[in-house]
Design a binder for this molecule. Structure first.
Ligand code: FUL
Length: 460
């Protein structure tokens, strides 16, 4: 790919040796490491796959669970080729069926005909993930429509014991996923969850794992299942005001500028309309172009992307999903080529997160003049989030080769922010910071030409 010359980045200067005070809250080491992952996969595969529903009732017969060709190596191989960093498996969904032979429930693979009741899907996936260099995450639905103890205090102990099994028998776990859905159990009772106990299990057995729920404690739900984050997306949130399943979550989903805790958002979305496999959705798999737009609106908005792939009744990722994932990987790799010239002595253009440009009263903006105009449709900015999230609003003025101007107003930046626009031959641009918590720090600035598989304009 032809590189274009960056003539000069006015007003940028190095701060290699300068110490800057953090703006709190700041991420912990494990939260920082998690932000670097950016993209990983969800596997919804369980009893619902065989009963062809999204939510089971807990009355399903274990004899229904019988994949004919289950191959976790195929899942891991495809995930790896798609550029995912890990896979999170639904070890137990709301119907209560466990994909591993738990000692704490009678409703599991141990009672199924698959491998004569000797199988363990969690084990097979953990081994496949190790083989392909992927991280393993666990989804364990707190809501359980099967378990007789559900709705009583004993169930909290059952759930914690199941956590213990999953956290101690399968190697390192990078993320533990608590679903916010909480309905009634088999006896019509709703559970009051002992969240402190659940959190303590993960902290005890897998201290480097992050814990997900609507309200953290480490990372949080973005607030929709359609695959996008918002223009304003704070990692700080008022964590003490929310809890999993809280009814006014919409008021909190953007995070808060005055947030007390660092709890970054995760965007969960399925490659198909459903979370689980349904044959009549084989032709409704999201296209590579649509996945690339989701990527820009999630990873490009201070969030990680958790993309779900429903595994089918054979126990395999369907050919259509695999083809779409490969197409997505191909256009993503071609799209994420920085078209601004690298400059190792300039913190904005050195590609490092540890160095950064800092705004000052005299140098408030970033201006870039390009020697040769470049065809682009995306600008990408990063803040060094180890020092806190700062920018609350900014605007980008684009000037094309004919001198036409467009100003785009935007909210937050955070770990990564992508500003997308109609493709044009860009001659220069200016970034003006209009609101921030403390001095603005920008660690990287890049420009891309996101491409479509159909060579159609991706952004208007
Ligand atoms: C939701 C669940 O109810 C869905 O079935 C799915 O697991 C999704 C990821 O989370 O809350």
């Amino acid at each position: 790919m032809k590189r274009f010359t960056l003539l000069f980045a006015l007003l940028s200067y190095s701060l290699f040796s300068q110490k800057v005070a953090p703006v709190y809250p700041i991420p912990s080491a494990k939260q920082l490491a998690w932000s670097e992952l950016e993209f990983y996969g969800f596997i919804h595969f369980n009893m619902n796959t065989f009963t062809n529903v999204e939510w089971g009732e807990g009355k399903e017969s274990p004899s229904s669970f019988n994949p004919t060709a289950l191959d976790c190596n195929q899942w891991a191989r495809i995930a790896k080729k798609a550029g995912m960093k890990g896979l999170i498996l639904t070890a137990k969904h709301h119907d209560g069926f466990a994909l591993y032979p738990s000692k704490y429930t009678t409703h599991s693979v141990a009672k199924s005909p698959w491998k004569n009741g000797k199988g363990d899907v969690v084990k097979e996936l953990s081994e496949a993930c190790k083989k392909y260099g992927l991280k393993l995450g666990i989804y364990l639905s707190p809501w359980d429509r099967f378990h007789p103890a559900y709705g009583t205090d004993d169930y909290n102990q059952v759930y914690a014991k199941m956590q213990e099994e999953l956290l101690t028998n399968y190697g390192p776990i990078f993320e533990f996923w608590y679903d916010g859905a909480n309905g009634e159990g088999p006896n019509g009772k709703k559970q009051v969850y002992d969240w402190d106990l659940f959190h303590s299990m993960v902290n005890k057995y897998q201290p480097t794992a992050v814990q997900f729920s609507d309200a953290g404690p480490d990372i949080r739900w973005v607030g929709n299942e359609r695959g996008y984050a918002y223009d304003t997306m704070w990692s700080p949130i008022l964590r003490d005001k929310i809890y999993p399943g809280c009814p006014d979550f919409d008021n909190y989903r953007n995070g808060q500028e005055n947030g007390t805790h660092w709890v970054s958002p995760e965007v969960d979305v399925s490659i198909r309309p459903g979370w689980y496999y349904h044959r009549d959705q084989d032709n409704k798999v999201k296209t590579p172009d649509s996945l690339l737009k989701i990527y820009a609106a999630s990873v490009g908005r201070n969030s990680n992307l958790l993309l779900n792939i429903p595994v089918d009744t054979r126990g395999l990722i369907h050919e259509n999903d695999s083809a779409s994932l490969m197409g997505f990987a191909a256009i993503r790799t071609k799209s994420l080529v920085n078209l601004l010239k690298k400059n190792s002595s300039d913190p904005l253009f050195d590609g490092k997160n540890s160095t950064y440009w800092m705004a000052s009263p005299k140098k408030k903006d970033i201006r870039v003049e390009l020697k040769t105009p470049i065809s682009v449709n995306t600008l990408m900015l990063e803040e060094p989030i180890a020092l806190g999230q700062r920018v609350s609003s900014f605007e980008v003025e684009l000037v094309d080769e004919l001198g036409n101007k467009e100003v785009i107003k935007a909210g937050t930046i955070g770990h990564k922010r992508m500003i997308t626009f109609k493709e044009r031959k860009l001659k220069s641009f200016q970034i003006r910071f209009t609101g921030s918590r403390g001095p603005v720090l920008i660690s990287n600035l890049e420009a891309y030409r996101f491409i479509s598989t159909r060579n159609e304009p991706l952004f208007q």
